[in-house]
Ligand binder design. Structure first.
Ligand code: 9MR
Length: 374
């Protein structure tokens, strides 16, 4: 039987209406969800603390699962927690972290295998290259094997560079020498050939340090080690780094054939002592009223500035979405932020997208608005 003209008309009207509805539905879910708004561009992640991993507050869990599709453990996978004593591994909380990601169908990032800070104290006492090699191999092998096929990407080495681009005089460099980085990447890849391997650092928008990181990546590639990406942490301020510097960072790393992620994004709105940038945790300064100007709330004019800054940055990220794998915020809401205690203890900062009451800020709207028409 041939379909009549009126049947065909009705049929196409139904199809058009339902695709319109789908569009409206996806626009309205995107309006309320970062991960939906940026679906197909890059993962939108957050860093979880232990209470969030253990789902202590259902309101927080709901917010995390609604807004984010990638997670990073803020602290619990650092070596002082995973291997507090030689060969005594503690995977209790990290198992819960991975289970959280699986339950909420998220991209699960591991942070971090080799870092001089939050290092298990016994590791910092290692004095010779043989013992250091043994420790690195054992730690990386045990942890990567444990989460093989479950953790999607690892920060293999974290913050190995000084501001001038030379290698930091860490216990790893002092004992093993500069090839500890190649050793770490090769060990991880040998255990899990599919997991993505990243070098992660802050202030890579600064030309000298960026050049150091470019050399570090090239060196790994020259030595035949697999490196999949570079994480620029993104502990930034309202004025610095400039968009040009951020763009240069994306272009320089992607030119090496590796992915770029913004792995710990937050934007401090507080005055920075002596123009300090980055995340060098050993640098601390005294608190006073001038340095803590918004102890109760952030004035609207500042909310607008923060929103504009996030809008500018995400516009740039979207321009280069083909090069960016993931953008992760360093925390869920402002009260969780490490910036409340760094570089000055006991301040109130407002660096994230959700406020102390878990409500979206103007900064949130400014990022969503780039993807969803009003
Ligand atoms: O957010 C983390 C904070 O709770 C810890 O006290 C601090 C200790 O160094 O580490 C913070 O996270 C850091 C991350 O692991 C690596 N890059 C810099 C981050 C901010 O210091």
């Amino acid at each position: 039987m041939k379909p009549t003209k009126s049947f065909l008309f009705l049929f196409s009207a139904v199809i058009t209406l339902s695709s319109c509805n789908n569009k409206i539905n996806s626009q309205s879910t995107a309006k309320n969800s970062l991960k939906n708004a940026y679906k197909g561009d890059f993962y939108i992640g957050t860093a979880l603390d232990i209470n969030q991993i253990e789902e202590k507050d259902p309101k927080v869990t709901n917010l995390i699962s609604k807004q984010f599709n990638s997670i990073t453990p803020e602290n619990i996978m650092k070596s002082m927690f995973l291997q507090p004593e030689e060969n005594k591994f503690d995977f209790d909380v990290s198992d819960k972290y991975v289970a959280f990601g699986q339950k909420h169908k998220m991209f699960i990032h591991g942070h971090t295998l080799v870092w001089h800070s939050q290092l298990a104290p016994w590791m910092s006492k290692i004095k010779d290259s043989t013992s250091m090699a043994k420790m690195l191999t054992n730690h990386i092998t045990t942890v990567v094997k444990k989460y093989k096929g479950k953790i999607d990407s690892w920060d293999v080495v974290n913050e190995a560079l000084n501001e001038d681009g030379t290698l930091r005089k860490s216990v790893f460099l002092n004992t093993y020498g500069k090839n500890f980085i190649t050793h770490a990447f090769k060990t991880a890849a040998a255990i899990d050939s599919k997991v993505e391997l990243y070098y992660n650092d802050y202030n890579l928008c600064n030309a000298k340090k960026r050049q150091g990181a470019v050399e570090l990546v090239k060196n790994l590639q020259k030595n035949g080690a697999k490196i999949d990406g570079v994480g620029e942490q993104g502990h930034w301020h309202l004025e610095t780094p400039t968009l040009e510097e951020i763009e240069k960072t994306i272009l320089d790393f992607s030119a090496l054939g590796v992915k770029v992620s913004f792995s710990e994004l937050d934007i401090s709105v507080l005055p920075s002592p002596y123009g300090l940038q980055g995340a060098e945790i050993s640098q601390r300064f005294a608190n006073n009223e001038k340095m803590n100007p918004y102890p109760k709330t952030l004035p609207d004019s500042m909310q607008v500035k923060l929103a504009q800054r996030y809008n500018d940055i995400f516009k740039l990220f979207l321009k280069h979405k083909d090069k960016i794998s993931r953008v992760t915020f360093w925390g869920v809401n402002d009260t969780q932020s490490w910036l409340n205690d760094f570089p000055i203890k006991g301040r109130t900062d407002y660096p994230l997208l959700f406020d102390a009451n878990l409500q979206p800020k103007k900064a949130y709207e400014s990022i969503i608005s780039l993807k969803v028409k009003k």
